[in-house]
Ligand binder design. Structure first.
Ligand SMILES: C[S@@+](CC[C@H](N)C(=O)[O-])C[C@H]1O[C@@H](n2cnc3c(N)ncnc32)[C@H](O)[C@@H]1O
Length: 269
């Protein structure tokens, strides 16, 4: 791999998805794109980059972006945002929206869907607090592959063992063969859509709660700031933003302020 082809790949990835590829990630390029190059009969990275740059919206260019995303996720990841949602947000929002209202939640960069389904399970478990107020969840990701898996709602034993309390597994999943399937009442709360966070989110509508977790870490400062500002523009005035444990708005935007002293929960400033 030449440093010129690596830089060209990095430039393509950043423009297309915001993902920053630093030189210490060369091994990642080899392991993730090697099989694709072999399948396509391409001798090296510069041949692949040539194909991609010749047709930026071709299926192979899309496949390169998908292969370079990191899709690690789990149910009820980090705990705290879900506790906050349950303890503070559902009741507060149900009170202001009323029994015929709707709370719209966006799981932005949802990967294989565990985050969106966790919100769905929380809504069902707290139906009494919600008092008839509907919860609608939108799961989006740049990767079609992970969205397909999210939509299937089928998880391995290993995946359900990560983060999901056994009581919730029993209530909201059914076992089929070796896998666990999310039951219909949870699935009915979630819709899925391919969406690049670099695009202005206006067409997705307005949201009351946004989970934007463990994706900003892959972007540079300017992209993080742009994505956060765009999200501020679609968040309800009393809306809540959750970031990942290693993420913050500090030094990026003045549109958000910490909420309820909970790490990674933010409100509009
Ligand atoms: C590490 S996962 C985070 C999943 C989940 N939010 C969580 O915290 O467990 C990061 C996800 O961000 C997605 N992603 C990366 N760049 C993106 C972009 N520009 N627009 C939308 N999604 C993106 C990846 O495809 C991946 O599924």
């Amino acid at each position: 791999m030449t440093s010129a082809s690596f830089s060209q790949l990095a430039e393509f990835l950043q423009t297309r998805s915001g993902l920053v590829l630093t030189p210490d990630k060369m091994y990642l390029v080899e392991t993730r794109l090697g099989p694709l190059m072999k399948r396509e009969g391409l001798p090296d990275l510069s041949a692949l980059v040539g194909r991609v740059r010749a047709a930026l919206s071709s299926p192979i260019a899309t496949e390169v972006v998908e292969l370079m995303t990191t899709n690690e996720t789990l149910f009820f990841r980090d705990g705290k945002p879900f506790e906050h949602l349950k303890e503070k947000v559902w009741s507060r929002m149900a009170a202001t929206r009323g029994p015929s209202g709707t709370i719209r939640v966006w799981s932005a960069a949802c990967s294989t869907g565990q985050e969106a389904y966790s919100v769905g399970m929380s809504a069902l478990e707290n139906a009494a607090t919600l008092g008839g107020c509907r919860v609608e969840i939108l799961g989006t990701d740049i990767s079609r592959d992970v969205l397909k898996r999210a939509e299937q709602g089928r998880y391995s034993q290993f995946e359900v063992q990560r983060g999901l309390p056994i009581t919730m597994l029993m209530r909201h999943f059914r076992k089929e063969g070796a896998d666990w399937h999310v039951k219909d009442p949870v699935r009915a709360l979630v819709r899925w859509r391919e969406w690049n966070l670099l695009a202005p989110p206006g067409p997705l509508g307005r949201f009351d709660v946004v989970f934007l977790r463990n994706v900003l870490i892959y972007f540079d400062q300017a992209t993080k700031a742009r994505v956060l500002d765009q999200i501020a523009s679609v968040l309800a005035p009393d809306g809540v933003l959750y970031l990942g444990g290693a993420e913050t708005v500090l030094g990026l935007t003045s549109r958000f302020a910490p909420l309820d002293g909970v790490r990674s929960a933010y409100a509009l400033a």
